[in-house]
Design a protein around this ligand. Structure first.
Ligand SMILES: [Zn+2]
Length: 113
């Protein structure tokens, strides 16, 4: 469950209509995807944790930044920023292309298994 912290409309034309979100709505209506699914042209997850403190590795706040494309003028923009809770992960979560996962800071000790 994502708590939405801030939403934005298109900075170019002021429309709130989004292309990918619109496609999702059609899929939700036909029952193929869940309403809670987060979609966009780019979805970034940023874990806020201190690698030196073990407690932060179990549960930590995760900021979710969602970009989409304006259905009116085609501008790509950040449409909302949300917050959830999760665990820092090595590599991208399942189903997410490489490079869009939670990135660990340089020098973070990597496990061997
Ligand atoms: Zn626009």
């Amino acid at each position: 469950m994502i708590e939405v912290l801030k939403t934005f409309v298109c900075p170019n034309c002021g429309s709130g209509k989004r292309i990918i979100d619109g496609i999702k709505d059609e899929e939700v209506a036909s029952g193929k995807v869940d309403k809670e699914l987060v979609v966009g042209s780019a979805v970034r997850h940023l874990a806020v944790f201190d690698p030196k403190k073990a407690s932060g590795l179990l549960r930590c706040p995760v900021i979710v930044i969602v970009q989409d494309i304006c259905a009116e003028c085609g501008t790509e923009y950040i449409c909302y920023i949300g917050k959830t809770e999760g665990r820092p992960q090595i590599g991208p979560p399942p189903g997410m292309p490489p490079g869009q996962g939670i990135n660990l800071p340089p020098g973070f000790p990597m496990g061997r298994g």
